[in-house]
Design a protein around this ligand. Structure first.
Ligand code: PRP
Length: 184
C-alpha cells in the first residue's frame, strides 16, 4: 500500500471517528486497543453515565450542541458521555491533517505540542470531555482557542481531578465550570 493510500484511509477513519453519532460509540469502543474484555466496555459506559448524571445536577449545567474530547485520554470518556447523553461529539486530534477549518491549540505536556479540532465551532455550545485535569493548562488552552473561534464553552467534564494541581482554580478564573467523577 502506498503512503498516499495509507494517508487517505487514516484521514477517512479520523473523520468518521471525529464527528460521531450516538449509534456508533459502542462499536468504536470495542475496536479501540486496550478495551478487549467483556466487562471493560460496561465499566466505561457506566463511568460516562455517572459523569453525565453529575453534570445534569451541577448548578452550572447548561445545554450543549456538541461534545469535544481530547486525543488521546479523552477519547473513550467522550464516547461514553456521548452514549449517556445522546450528544454528538468531536475529537481534538494530535494529528495534523490537510483539512479546511481547523482549530489549533497547544498541549503543554505531550511530545506533539499541537492539537487540531476539525470543522466549524462558531456559534456552537461546546462541552469539553477529558480523562483527567491536573494543572488545567491543557484545557484552558483549548477553552481560549474555542472562544477565539466563536464557540461558547458550557463546561468541562473529567473522569479524574488531580487535586495536587490548580486546574479547578485556573478554570474558575476562566469562568468555566468543572465537573468530575472522582478526585485523586
Ligand atoms: O491539567 P493538565 O496538567 O494540563 O493535564 C491534563 C492533561 O494531561 C493528560 O494528557 P497527556 O498530555 O498525558 O496526553 P494523552 O491524553 O495523550 O495521554 C490528560 O489527558 C489531560 O489532557
Amino acid at each position: 500500500m502506498t503512503a498516499t493510500a495509507r494517508k487517505a484511509i487514516t484521514a477517512d477513519r479520523v473523520a468518521r471517528l471525529g464527528v460521531g453519532d450516538t449509534t456508533r460509540p459502542v462499536r468504536i469502543v470495542h475496536e479501540l486497543d486496550g478495551v478487549r474484555s467483556d466487562t471493560a466496555p460496561d465499566r466505561v459506559m457506566a463511568a460516562g453515565d455517572n459523569l453525565w448524571r453529575l453534570w445534569c445536577e451541577h448548578p452550572a449545567y447548561r445545554p450543549h450542541d456538541v461534545l469535544l474530547g481530547l486525543d488521546a485520554g479523552g477519547i473513550i470518556p467522550t464516547l461514553a458521555v456521548s452514549w449517556a447523553s445522546g450528544s454528538h461529539y468531536r475529537i481534538a486530534w494530535k494529528i495534523n491533517l490537510d483539512l479546511p477549518e481547523k482549530l489549533v491549540f497547544h498541549e503543554p505536556h505531550a511530545r506533539r505540542l499541537e492539537v487540531f479540532a476539525y470543522g466549524r465551532f462558531k456559534g456552537q455550545r461546546v462541552l469539553i470531555v477529558d480523562d483527567e485535569i491536573t494543572t488545567g493548562l491543557t484545557l484552558t488552552n483549548l477553552v481560549t482557542a474555542l472562544r477565539s473561534a466563536g464557540a461558547d464553552v458550557t463546561g468541562v467534564l473529567c473522569l479524574v481531578e488531580d487535586t495536587t494541581g490548580d486546574g479547578r482554580e485556573l478554570l474558575e478564573r476562566h469562568e468555566v465550570p468543572l465537573c468530575v467523577l472522582t478526585t485523586l
